[in-house]
Each structure stands twice: as structure tokens, then as C-alpha cells.
Design a protein around this ligand. Structure first.
Ligand SMILES: Nc1ncnc2c1ncn2[C@@H]1O[C@H](COP(=O)(O)OP(=O)(O)OP(=O)(O)O)[C@@H](O)[C@H]1O
Ligand SMILES: [Mg+2]
Length: 541
């Protein structure tokens, strides 16, 4: 028994020294052994170490199998570690946290962190994959792939895999939600990142717009309706799942400039506590890029495309169709042709169909809890396919400032809820179209008044501005009327000249009719009837 033990120990120590020598000579082996053998040796050494070592490794990489986006699990681990264990690490990284007021601590790369769970000790190693110097790679992304390695004793295997990892995931997610600094994203200009780089397609800043529904001037009933709609959307994850719809909602905000469309978006984001992705469509080159942008957005977000009528050429599809037809007509020879510069240009544009796919194609169901908002000053210019219900579920018209909206502004800007001048302002606002932006501008204290907010002066200033706008509007209407009358006159004149040139006799043809004998007669407006031959004679002379 004793001997057996000794022998055992002896064989273990021989094994050790063998292992040590393998490790010592590893670099030499590595350089002088053919690739196939080296591969085999590597596997063997790995096997040996894992057989001898009682520790297990789990790797969580930043980009898992989903090549398109960062792994949720990785992000959760990051959040969990910074929350639960950062204080125990010796090298930390500090960033500005929520609202840029608090400091957020995370674990620096290559810092070992220990955690304990249910009596087990777990080591975490955040690290980066070293650049592969001896491999020429077309994918620089491999160079800076970050990952977390988790090490634990194998007797805790079940505990770690079945209980600890789910715990990390849940905690990490909860921490992320708690520390969430809402962000305003914008898409990067094309070409600023190489197609393979891991630099995200969006860049962001903290979202700090102060607008709320309380400060938004609009009809109270409309405002309540929108608030109800948003609340219902936020709380109806299960409903969307049960009816088989992707959990997203489209809003179309339309109306003249300065009526609060952008302000409304900020208010919505603040109300729902969502991130905002401001998508600059003119900077997106292709439909594929558009899809990539969509996939990289997270849930709980509002995706905004401002001035949709200006940013996508909705006729692009049709004109390229036409071009195709034309060029195929001209192509007599069967030789394949390279695409011309212009063709390439067409192909690289975002098209209407690409945009429709973006909103409700299959990919749009990824993630969920997204609101898509389009704004426009000209709803009538938009393709009906783009704004049909189901794509843009709610159409909100933001219009000129009426009295109810004015009251909100007066309260916000002047702190006044009642005033003698309100009656007159009400009357004026009813007949004059002034945008809330202009009204607000008039309620701001002017430099000439000093810093003091004087409601009387401000309101009087507003009345003056409204009266001025009224006069201007009346003048503009008059000018327009005159122009229209002139145009009509000219059109009539032109028509007359055309008719005469075409040889038609004025004052004729109230109606044409054919008699039984085959002669054609014309009845003029004055009731004179003559045969067409006669009319022809008249035109000639
Ligand atoms: N309904 C409103 N309530 C409160 N403030 C408003 C409202 N409408 C406009 N404003 C004020 O006017 C400014 C301009 O409004 P905003 O940018 O929201 O207009 P918009 O409708 O987006 O205009 P555009 O069509 O030119 O983009 C805002 O900074 C805001 O202070
Ligand atoms: Mg705007």
C-alpha cells in the first residue's frame, strides 16, 4: 500500500518533470517542428494540462457567434463585474456615469477579479486576444477581440454553470438598467470605419434634452391621447407577442416648421426613458448599411428619421427601372457589360423598398421595443406605401399655436396662468397662423428689457407681433390673389390665341350634331346653327 503510494507519487513527479520540460522547450519545438506535428503536440499538451489541472475555464467573448452585434452576455458580465467586484480589483478604469455626474468604475483589462458564490471561488480575467503577428489577416477585427475568462475548480462545475452564470446574467442586466445613461446616437459617416473594423456604426453622446410633455405646447386632448398610446405601447410586450406582431410602433409627425416636432421626440424619449437614434439617411450608402444600422440599435429606443421627404429619393426605384429597360433595348450585342458609374451610383442608394424593409421587414423584429419616428413638413409628398397604417401607426399633426397651446407656453415662459391680455391674444391666435416657435420667441425676455421677466411687456410684444403678422398675411394674400388673377387672365389669353391658331371659330361649338342626311351641324353659344362646311369657310376668311 505504502509502496503503491510511493510509486504513484513517483509517476506523478515524472509526469510533472516531463510536462515542465515540454513547457520549457515549447518555443524551440514550436519553431522547428513541422506544422502538422506541432498541431498534434499542442492538442496533446492542452489535453495533458487539462487532465492535470483541477480548474475549468469558460470564455465569454465580446462578439459571440452573432457576428453582427456585441454579445448580450458579454455586456452583462461587464456590468456585473463593475458592480459586484470592481472594488476588489487593483487596477480600475473610471468613466463618467449616469448624467455625467457620477463616476462609474469598471475593471481594467488584464485584471484578475475574484468573486465568491455559494462557497465557490471564481476568478475572472478580462483580457484581449493578442494580435496574431504571424498570420496575415483580412479581418483586423480579430486583433482586438476582448473576452472574459472565468476559472473555477471542477468540483463546482454544476454550481457555476447552472446557478452562477444565470445569476451573473440577471444581475448584470439589472445593473445595466439601473445605471443607464440615456444616449443620443448618430450614424457614422460612411468610410470612417473600415467594413471589417469593430468600431460601431453608431456614435453617441449623453442624451440631455430637457423637453417634457409638460412643457410641450399643444391641445391637451391630443397630448393625452399620445401619452396614453405611448404608455400602452410600453406595457404591452405580451400583447404584441400574442397577436404575432413585432414589438414596435411607427409615428409620423408632420406639420409646418417650428411647430415642435423635434421637441416632441425629445419629450417622448424622456417620458419613456428610451435612447434616441437619430438616423441621418443621406449618410447611409446602401440598403445593407441601413439594415446593419438597425441591427446595432438596442431595445428601448426611438429611431428618428427627420425630414424624410428630403432624405430619400423616393423615385429612385422607378427611374432606375426605366433606365434598365432603355439600356436593354439598346443592347444589341450579347456581350456582358460592366456597370457604368451611373449604374453603380443607383445601386448604392437607399431606396424606398430598402426603407420599407427597414421599418417592417423580417429584420425589424430583432430585439423589439422600438419606436420609429419620421418627421416631415410635407406629408403629401410621401409615398402612401411608406406611411400606411402598420408602418406608421400614428399620424400626429403638429400645427400652429392656438390658445390652449399658448397657455402652456405662457405658463412655461412667464409663469402666468391668467392675464387681461389673454382674451385678445385668444382672438388673434384664432385667425392667425403662428408657429409655437415664434410665439415662444416673443415670450422670451428681450435684451432691451434687461434680465427681468416682465409678463406685461412680453404679452404686449406678442400682441404687436401677431398684429404685424396679420397685416403681413393680409398683404401676402392680396399679392397672391392679384398674381392668380393675372395668371388666369394670361392663361385665357393664351388659350384664345391657341384656338384661333388651330382654326377654330370663337363663339362656336356649343355642340356638334349629325343629321340623318350625314351633314354635320354646329350649334353656337348663341343658338345659331350652321353646317360644318360653312364653319370651315368662316374660319378661312
Ligand atoms: N409645441 C411646442 N411646445 C413648446 N415649444 C415649442 C413647440 N414648438 C416649438 N417650440 C419651440 O420652438 C423651437 C423649435 O421647435 P422644433 O425644433 O421642435 O420644431 P420642428 O417642428 O422640429 O421644426 P422643423 O420642421 O423646422 O424641424 C424649440 O426649441 C421649442 O423651444
Ligand atoms: Mg425639427
Amino acid at each position: 500500500m505504502g509502496m503503491g503510494m510511493m510509486e504513484n507519487l513517483g509517476s506523478v513527479s515524472t509526469l510533472w518533470s516531463a510536462l515542465v520540460s515540454v513547457l520549457l522547450f515549447w518555443p524551440v519545438v514550436n519553431n522547428h517542428v513541422p506544422a502538422g506535428l506541432r498541431q498534434w503536440l499542442t492538442t496533446m499538451v492542452d489535453k495533458l494540462t487539462s487532465y492535470l489541472s483541477p480548474y475549468l475555464h469558460v470564455t465569454i467573448s465580446e462578439y459571440g457567434h452573432e457576428r453582427f452585434r456585441r454579445s448580450d452576455f458579454f455586456l452583462a458580465v461587464e456590468a456585473y463585474l463593475s458592480h459586484a467586484c470592481a472594488r476588489r480589483a487593483r487596477k480600475l478604469r473610471a468613466d463618467l456615469g449616469k448624467d455625467a455626474r457620477t463616476v462609474q468604475i469598471t475593471v481594467d483589462d488584464h485584471q484578475e477579479v475574484t468573486d465568491s458564490f455559494g462557497g465557490a471561488t471564481i476568478w475572472w480575467y478580462p483580457s484581449k486576444k493578442p494580435p496574431r503577428t504571424n498570420v496575415i489577416s483580412f479581418y483586423p477585427r480579430d486583433d482586438d477581440a476582448r473576452f472574459y475568462r472565468l476559472v473555477f475548480h471542477r468540483r463546482h462545475r454544476d454550481l457555476v454553470l447552472d446557478a452562477y452564470l444565470p445569476h451573473v446574467l440577471a444581475e448584470g442586466r439589472a445593473v445595466t438598467v439601473r445605471n443607464r445613461q440615456r444616449r443620443l446616437f448618430t450614424n457614422n459617416a460612411p468610410g470612417s470605419a473600415s467594413p471589417y473594423s469593430r468600431k460601431g456604426v453608431w456614435s453617441h453622446v449623453p442624451f440631455e434634452h430637457p423637453a417634457t410633455f409638460d412643457t410641450l405646447a399643444m391641445e391637451p386632448a391630443d397630448k393625452d391621447a399620445i401619452l396614453d398610446d405611448l404608455t400602452a405601447f410600453r406595457d404591452s410586450k405580451d400583447y404584441y407577442a400574442s397577436v404575432g406582431k413585432a414589438w414596435k410602433r411607427g409615428y409620423l409627425l408632420h406639420g409646418p416648421p417650428g411647430t415642435g416636432k423635434s421637441t416632441m421626440i425629445a419629450a417622448m424619449a424622456n417620458f419613456l426613458d428610451y435612447d434616441v437614434y437619430d438616423l441621418e439617411l443621406t449618410a447611409v450608402k446602401t440598403n445593407t448599411d441601413l439594415r446593419k444600422l438597425y441591427i446595432e440599435t438596442t431595445g428601448k429606443s426611438i429611431i428618428v428619421i427627420e425630414d424624410i421627404d428630403c432624405s430619400v429619393d423616393l423615385t429612385a426605384k422607378r427611374s432606375s427601372d426605366k433606365k434598365k429597360k432603355k439600356s436593354s433595348d439598346e443592347d444589341d450585342d450579347d456581350k456582358p457589360k460592366l456597370p457604368t458609374e451611373q449604374d453603380k451610383d443607383e445601386a448604392s442608394k437607399v431606396t424606398l423598398s430598402g426603407l420599407l424593409n427597414f421599418i417592417d421587414g423580417l429584420w425589424s423584429a430583432c430585439g423589439g421595443e422600438r419606436i420609429i419616428i419620421f418627421t416631415t413638413n410635407h406629408k403629401e409628398k410621401l409615398d402612401p406605401a411608406l406611411i400606411r397604417r402598420g408602418r406608421m401607426d400614428v399620424h400626429i399633426e403638429m400645427s400652429y399655436c392656438r390658445f390652449e397651446a399658448f397657455k402652456v407656453l405662457a405658463k412655461n415662459y412667464l409663469g402666468v396662468e391668467q392675464h387681461d391680455m389673454f382674451a385678445e391674444i385668444r382672438r388673434l391666435l384664432e385667425e392667425i397662423d403662428m408657429s409655437p416657435a415664434d410665439v415662444a420667441e416673443n415670450l422670451m425676455p428681450k435684451a432691451s428689457m434687461g434680465k427681468k421677466r416682465d409678463p406685461d411687456a412680453c404679452l404686449a410684444g406678442l400682441i404687436e407681433a401677431l398684429n404685424k403678422a396679420k397685416v403681413e398675411a393680409a398683404e401676402a394674400a392680396k399679392v397672391k390673389e392679384e398674381e392668380e388673377a393675372k395668371e388666369e387672365e394670361e392663361a385665357a389669353k393664351e388659350k384664345k390665341e391657341d384656338d384661333e391658331a388651330a382654326g377654330k371659330v370663337d363663339e362656336t361649338h356649343e355642340e356638334l350634331f349629325v343629321l340623318d342626311d350625314g351633314t354635320i351641324y354646329v350649334r353656337t353659344e348663341r343658338g345659331v346653327v350652321f353646317s360644318l362646311l360653312h364653319a370651315y369657310d368662316m374660319a378661312l376668311h
